[in-house]
Design a protein around this ligand. Structure first.
Ligand SMILES: *Cc1c(COP(=O)(O)O)cnc(C)c1O
Length: 388
């Protein structure tokens, strides 16, 4: 199998799994209990918190473990609106993950005014756009650090600064950037930042919310008072331990991983763009996640190409795993101004440092053959060619 869908999830690294295993068996204690068994878990969580904090230059007490990126986003939005000044206006970008978009829409149904910021053709939220959307009563702005479909990296520092000038809190969904590119929380300027373990070779069902020191964010889950009263529920010790290890590995491997992924990406562009007519690169060629390739092949159904690739043992994505099955064009591509015929032919390949040049060449060749085949039968493609 060739796995090129790392933006959807990654396998748990064997070193991560090895550190987790004892916390399922002999070290099964409840980390909140005062027993020796419990204190092993407590100590392990402390180490994990330090490792996660170190990865983004944060303080350990700014890290709160959750059940994943989705929970962190929900917490940040649903309680972030009440954590700062009072007001009823929130701003999110049009290219957010559904965990942010759907939550923002929920808040709108509860009476908040919601502004959804447009993006440019590369999927970038332009700072001027945010500046002109800010209102007297804007309480929260949420823009993702890097987009999960097209890989575009957003200008978070400038955006956070604009939000702060208007007195609003700033949240960033950093799930795709955390552990993948260098991020320093204090330099980014975000008040709240979401991350998830399973996108960086950690286990599924574990995430974190960074809450900048001084930001008074209320608890989302109430109960036994774990995570210093901010996130109740018996700690998922194995998951947290695994997340901590994944953070430590990411810190150690990041520089080399970026180099490898960039070179695979460049090799991919070089072949794909010369071998196929009418390929559209989505997002910026430069300002994007190192392991992300996203293209649109007008005249084919991305989903059909995916099935053909899957039959050959290649795991890729059309871009939006969360709305898979729905043949609606992606909200991200639509926001970037892609025509429906272009957006429907979308294909996302997300590499890790474990992929190889041979794999990239094999996948390029398959895409070339299958795309030509699918287009031969495609009336929309004939039509498209007449107009470009
Ligand atoms: C995967 C992802 C999420 C959801 O994280 P989970 O841990 O799977 O809940 C949120 N935002 C982005 C950008 C993602 O890529």
């Amino acid at each position: 199998m060739i796995y090129m869908d790392c933006a959807a999830t990654t396998p748990t690294d064997p070193l991560v799994l090895e550190e987790m295993l004892p916390y399922f068996s002999e070290k099964f204690g409840n980390a909140s209990s005062a027993t020796r068994l419990g204190s092993a878990g407590k100590q392990a969580i402390r180490t994990a918190r330090e490792r996660a904090a170190a990865l983004i230059g944060a303080l350990p007490e700014e890290i709160f473990f959750t059940s994943g990126g989705t929970e962190s986003d929900n917490w940040a939005l649903r309680l972030g609106v009440r954590a700062g000044k009072s007001g009823r206006h929130i701003i999110v970008s049009a290219v957010e993950h559904p965990a942010v978009l759907r939550t923002a829409e929920d808040l709108a149904r509860e009476g908040y005014r919601l502004t959804v910021l447009p993006v440019d053709a590369e999927g970038t939220v332009l700072p001027e756009t945010l500046r002109s959307a800010m209102c007297e009563d804007t309480v929260l702005v949420s823009v993702m650090t890097a987009n999960n479909e097209v890989g575009t990296i957003e200008p978070i520092r400038e955006l956070a600064q604009i939000a702060h000038e208007g007195g609003a809190l700033f949240h960033t969904d950093a799930v795709q950037a955390f552990g993948q590119i260098p991020l320093i929380a204090s330099e980014l300027g975000a008040d709240l930042l979401s991350a998830s373990a399973h996108k960086i070779f950690g286990p599924k069902g574990t995430g974190l919310l960074y809450v900048k020191k001084g930001v008074r964010l209320d608890a989302f889950l109430t109960g036994g008072g774990q995570e210093r009263g901010r996130r109740s529920g018996t700690e998922n010790v194995p998951g947290i331990v695994g997340f901590g290890k994944a953070c430590a590995l990411a810190a150690q491997r990041m520089e080399e991983a970026i180099r490898v992924k960039r070179s695979l990406r460049e090799l991919f562009w070089e072949h794909l763009l010369t071998e196929n007519p009418h390929v559209l690169v989505s997002g910026s060629r430069e300002n994007r996640l190192p392991g992300n390739v996203h293209i649109c092949l007008p005249g084919i159904e991305g989903e059909t190409l995916l099935i053909l690739l899957d039959q050959k043992g290649i795991c890729a994505s059309s871009g939006s795993a969360c709305s898979a099955g729905a043949l609606e064009p992606s909200h991200v591509l639509t926001a970037m101004g892609r025509k429906a015929i272009e957006a429907k032919g979308s294909l996302r390949l997300t590499f890790s440092e474990h992929n190889t040049a041979e794999e990239v060449l094999e996948v390029c060749e398959l895409i070339r053959v299958q795309t030509a085949r699918l287009r031969e039968l495609s009336l929309p493609y004939e039509e498209y060619c007449k107009h470009v």
